[in-house]
Design a protein around this ligand. Structure first.
Ligand code: PEP
Length: 261
């Protein structure tokens, strides 16, 4: 069974004070959500938001973690620092980190292994650019990101994978539900080949890229899609809650793995 996970990626938005106000507004709106609800906040917001989410069904996430336990890495944050504030999830390898901060599959891999070792749940982002999609390279790009970025993970179901086509992030262009489902199906198949079929059936794979209240139901109805990583629409409590409550009637519930069907 795969419990859907809807995670907000605030990126570099919201001061700690604004973040607490957003979470306070969000708490009553998502309290009956049938999925896991996560907010991934800027590092400096973590102490305040960690207090604000206490006693609620909102889990706390970070947007990055360093691979070394400590040391001369100016500007970086260690897993131990995140653990001290009850951080559960950490986004790793977001396309903006890859594009602007030199993140590679190798550093994604090191950060992911360090996060797992420290008991954090990595949300590892992968996805192709528009040019790669248009030239038929999507599968090769994703396979490389999986093989290199996730190398050495003993149980792939311990992480969350976010499939985020770079061309759909913050652009208002969403992959169609069928496109996203097919590509996520490919990611699951590759995980089965590279890791193990059982773990691949269990690993949660989110879609990310201009997901909003209007398109979330269609995307979430797809059998392979286990949640969403939400940027822009996570900055407004009402918009984000509409996504987290996509399954208000409880129709979808858990996603059953193929072996249980
Ligand atoms: C993201 O940053 O992970 C993302 C999906 O952004 P947006 O929802 O704004 O496209």
């Amino acid at each position: 069974m795969r419990k859907p996970i809807i995670a907000g990626n605030w990126k570099m938005n919201n001061t700690a004070r604004a973040g607490v106000a957003l979470v306070e507004e969000l708490k009553p709106l998502v309290k009956n959500a049938n999925c896991e609800v996560v907010v991934c906040v800027p590092a400096i917001d973590i102490p305040a938001v960690s207090e604000a989410v206490k006693g609620s069904n909102i889990a706390l996430g970070a947007q990055n973690v360093h691979f070394a336990p400590k040391g001369a890495y100016t500007g970086e944050i260690s897993a131990e620092m995140l653990n001290e504030y009850g951080v559960k999830y950490v986004i790793i390898g977001h396309s903006e980190r890859r594009q602007y901060f030199g993140e590679t599959d190798e550093t994604v891999n090191k950060r992911t292994l360090a996060a797992l070792e420290a008991g954090l749940i990595p949300i590892v982002c992968i996805g192709e650019s528009l040019e790669e999609r248009e030239t038929g390279k999507t599968e090769a790009v994703l396979a490389k990101q999986i093989k290199e970025g996730m190398k050495g993970i003993d149980d792939i179901s311990k992480i969350v994978i976010a499939y985020e086509p770079v061309w759909a992030i913050g652009t208002g262009k969403t992959a169609t539900a069928e496109q996203a489902n097919e590509t996520i199906g490919f990611i699951r198949k590759t995980c089965a080949e590279v890791f193990c079929p059982k773990c691949a059936e269990k690993v949660r794979i989110q879609y990310g890229g201009s997901m909003n209240a209007g398109n979330c139901k269609q995307l979430m109805a797809m059998p392979e899609i286990d949640g969403g990583l939400i940027g822009g629409a996570s900055l407004k409590a009402h918009d984000f809650s509409e996504i987290a409550n996509y399954d208000k009637g409880g129709m979808a519930g858990m996603k059953l793995s193929k072996e249980l069907l």
